[in-house]
Design a protein. Structure first.
Length: 278
């Protein structure tokens, strides 16, 4: 839904988008492009969380001589920025394949668009591997990283609005006297952080989605700035809020589960390490 609303045509609001996708593509339409992100989400999340936590530990060691020292706001901000930059290298190809698979049946009606040989509305890719191979053959490595500047502008502030609110909200709702937050506090804090993060980065997510969807049948945008200018000229400022509700609603449960799984996994591994090394 997010991709269709942001980069598609004729979907209108969220409800209309749901009905249109179901009517044209049945339930299978809601799961297009799912396999590649599903196969890579574990690696992607472990790298992002690992880079963030290890950068924090390095900064704490550098500033205070103790990697376990409580990080300052500046440390969390810098660690979030580093995590956001690293995430782009892994996330851009995955997002590109997902969006191309989701948008390959989207009809285009622009008379001035330079169409490729494939007829708009007909499938171009047989699956994620075929999609990636086709992009590599036709566009090379730069094509695989199409939209990376927009993704960088999305993820750097997005992760700052992800990790920092989580830490602050987690501290706020943790009962006094507790050494660490309980699972419910982690779940709520993670959900709030996810909703806040997606609210912050939705405008650049729109630009990223449009750039990566561009190229299935046509080449409309020359780059990130051109995409922003054309989108604004054609649809006004409201275009940068497309998919905001879907993003924030989705962001709460997915981030809540992500942070809860991360914190519980860390506790379990620390407990196992303590038991094996008394």
């Amino acid at each position: 839904l997010q991709t269709r609303l942001q980069a598609g045509q004729g979907y209108g609001n969220t409800l209309k988008c749901v009905l249109t996708v179901y009517r044209n593509e049945s339930l299978a339409g809601f799961f297009k492009g799912m396999s590649f992100p599903l196969a890579s989400i574990g690696i992607y999340s472990s790298v992002v969380f690992g880079v963030f936590s290890n950068t924090q530990r390095f900064l704490s060691q550098l500033r205070h001589g103790d990697p376990a020292a409580a990080p300052s706001l500046a440390d969390m901000t810098l660690a979030s920025i580093v995590a956001g930059v690293i995430s782009v290298g892994i996330g851009t190809p995955v997002e590109l394949v997902k969006i191309r698979l989701q948008m390959q049946t989207q009809p285009y009606s622009k008379a001035n668009a330079k169409l490729n040989s494939t007829v708009p509305g007909s499938p171009v890719y047989r699956g994620p591997i075929h999609c990636l191979r086709t992009i590599l053959q036709k566009e090379g490595i730069p094509g695989v990283y199409r939209g990376n500047v927009a993704m960088l502008l999305r993820d750097v502030p997005g992760y700052c609005a992800y990790f920092i609110p989580y830490a602050m909200f987690c501290d706020w709702i943790t009962p006094d006297g507790s050494i660490s937050p309980n699972p419910f506090s982690i779940w709520v804090a993670g959900g709030v952080a996810g909703a806040v993060s997606w609210a912050v980065c939705t405008p650049m997510d729109v630009v990223k989605s449009r750039l990566q969807a561009d190229g299935v049948y046509l080449n409309q945008y020359k780059g990130t700035l051109d995409c922003m200018v054309q989108s604004y000229q054609n649809e006004g400022l409201k275009v940068f809020c497309r998919g905001l509700m879907v993003n924030t609603v989705r962001g709460f449960p997915s981030s809540a589960a992500m942070f809860l799984g991360y914190e519980l996994s860390l506790k379990a591994m620390k407990r196992c390490q303590t038991e094996s090394n008394p």
